[in-house]
Design a protein around this ligand. Structure first.
Ligand code: 13P
Length: 249
């Protein structure tokens, strides 16, 4: 059975004191489901978050990393550095990284390789823009994003890969893909995996939906057969809302 996962992507929010406050509130919540819960604070607060949560069931993950092991890459963070502060999972390919920091498929393939070489788990994000959907190209765009960054991998690598479909037009906009749109795309993604790697990889790979998931719509989205959880932005900054989403499973 593939895992159900709800991950909170805090983006560039919460300084150290705010991180501590939100983590205390998260620790007071109860997960009444079998879903794995993760939070991705900003890099400066990973160690603090890890220390506070290491005896809990909430995993602390990173929002990004560089592909190199070390060296002259001012401002960057390596897989080894993340692991040294207790972080074993990293989000890669978020649309904000693609849009504002020019991350393309070729660069992301390098990051994917580096994370896997360091034994890390990846939440790999992708998704079409509004213009792609309006012109009916969403499957082609998403198919290419997955193929270009992941399909050079061996099947075994997918044990450490979680996919996250985040339509760009639904991120931070209050717009959500309808549960049917999410299901259709997730089914397409799973079929792409099956065509390339076979049914076992396709059936065992978790595919999360991200884009304005809130307590009010989580249950309907998560009820779809190919939706295995969510990558949550804004609603992850409030402990009650975040756990209402977790407990929507
Ligand atoms: P919102 O939930 O704020 O739309 O953000 C989604 C997202 O980008 C999660 O990575």
């Amino acid at each position: 059975m593939r895992k159900q996962i709800v991950a909170g992507n805090w983006k560039m929010n919460n300084d150290l004191a705010q991180t501590e406050t939100l983590i205390s509130a998260l620790k007071a919540q109860k997960n009444t489901t079998g879903a794995e819960v993760m939070i991705a604070p900003t890099a400066t607060n990973l160690w603090q978050a890890y220390t506070s949560l290491k005896d809990s069931k909430i995993e602390v993950i990173a929002q990004n990393m560089h592909f190199a092991e070390s060296g002259a890459y001012t401002g960057e963070i390596s897989a080894k550095m993340l692991k040294s502060v207790g972080v074993n999972t990293v989000i890669l390919g978020h649309s904000e990284r693609r849009e504002y920091f020019n991350e393309n498929d070729a660069l992301l393939a390098q990051k994917v390789n580096a994370a896997l070489a360091n034994g890390m788990r990846i939440i790999f994000c992708f998704g079409e823009e509004l213009a792609d959907r309006k012109s009916g190209n969403e499957e082609q765009v998403v198919g290419n994003q997955i193929k270009n960054a992941l399909f050079h991998l061996e099947a075994a690598a997918f044990k450490n890969i979680v996919l996250a479909y985040e339509p760009v037009w639904a991120i931070g906009t209050g717009e959500t893909a309808s549960p049917e749109q999410a299901q259709d795309m997730h089914a397409f993604i799973r079929k792409s995996l099956a065509d390339k790697y076979g049914n076992d990889v396709a059936n065992e790979t978790s595919i999360l939906y991200g884009g304005s998931v809130k307590p009010a719509n989580a249950q309907e989205i998560f009820s779809k057969p190919d939706v295995d959880g969510g990558l949550i932005g804004g609603a992850a900054l409030n402990a009650d809302d975040f756990f209402a989403i977790v407990n929507a499973f």
